[in-house]
Design a protein around this ligand. Structure first.
Ligand SMILES: NC(=O)c1ccc[n+]([C@@H]2O[C@H](COP(=O)([O-])OP(=O)(O)OC[C@H]3O[C@@H](n4cnc5c(N)ncnc54)[C@H](OP(=O)(O)O)[C@@H]3O)[C@@H](O)[C@H]2O)c1
Length: 264
């Protein structure tokens, strides 16, 4: 989706780090922040498959502490700072089927990727933000952190719930020191990974991807807007939250799910 509304340079002079910025939601966020004038650094394990739009790409597996720490230190040394940190990377490779299918390894993998890695990246970046008394950190969680979906995303949902809690806790700690910390929790977003996930569910159940999509929407209680989000929908929210226009916002969890979450 083309988004031409945000070439307003409001992030000019800012350095933004987007973890997992090569695909899906992370790529849309990286492009959105770049459009607003930020210098954008993206980290992923594999090189970007298409246009970098001038972003700086750094290869690293952020689940591995021994790779993450030197990579972040190198970024801080080269760019002098990170003003905006988008802890976007995440996901799950655990099988569906509920509690009995989840081994310790599945639990550990989902917790490492969705909770420990973002907390590690925060730990590396925060001292510089605190020194400058300025910065914004966004954690990309998921609506499944609020609406448990036992059928398919048990361990992932728990890790995302923990991320929401941790994000709140961190905001309590550092908001008074000039660093805003926020969570964004998307519902279903049309990314390649989401398509693969829906295809896997379809294959497991012997149904079509249309039917597995319908079933996934129903397992969340339905999406009142009748469609998945586009990655750009999430990027637009993030673009606002990191901007000076959102300078009083910290500690909140922004759900972007087309009306899915049924609670107040
Ligand atoms: N799509 C959805 O419907 C949805 C809904 C709610 C929440 N979310 C959350 O939104 C975020 C983005 O989701 P997405 O669907 O856009 O994901 P995606 O398309 O699978 O992209 C994930 C990104 O993270 C990178 N990555 C994965 N593991 C990494 C690692 N160990 N170290 C460094 N980079 C790593 C990937 O690149 P490499 O594989 O090359 O490393 C890729 O750039 C995730 O936190 C996800 O849980 C997604």
């Amino acid at each position: 989706m083309e988004n031409n509304q945000n070439n307003n340079s409001e992030l000019k002079g800012k350095v933004a780090l987007v973890t997992g910025g090569t695909k899906g939601i992370g790529k849309a966020i990286a492009d959105r922040l770049g459009q607003a004038g930020a210098t954008v650094i993206i980290i992923a394990r594999n090189g970007p498959v298409d246009n970098l739009y001038g972003h700086h790409f750094i290869q690293a597996d952020l689940v591995k502490a021994e790779e993450a720490a030197p990579v972040i230190a190198g970024i801080l040394q080269k760019f002098g700072t990170v003003d905006i940190l988008i802890n976007n990377m995440g996901g799950s490779s655990s099988p569906s089927g509920g509690f009995s299918t989840l081994t310790d390894e599945h639990w550990e993998n989902d917790l490492r990727l969705n909770l420990l890695a973002p907390a590690r990246v925060d730990r590396e970046v925060l001292p510089t933000m605190l020194e400058k008394k300025n910065g914004v950190i966004i954690h990309i969680s998921s609506v499944s952190g609020i609406i448990p979906i036992w059928e398919s995303l048990g361990a992932y949902a728990v890790a995302k719930a923990a991320l929401i809690n941790y994000s709140k806790s961190l905001s309590k700690e550092v908001s008074s020191k000039g660093v805003r910390v926020l969570t964004v929790s998307p519902g279903m977003v049309k990314t390649e990974t989401m398509s693969n996930y829906l295809q896997t569910l379809a294959d497991e159940a012997g149904i079509t991807i249309e039917d597995s999509t319908d079933a996934a929407m129903k397992s969340l209680g339905g999406i009142p807007m009748g469609r998945m989000a586009n990655p750009e929908d999430v990027a637009e929210l993030v673009g606002y939250l990191v901007s000076p226009r959102a300078s009083y916002l910290s500690g909140a969890n922004y759900i972007i799910d087309g009306g899915t979450n049924p609670t107040v």
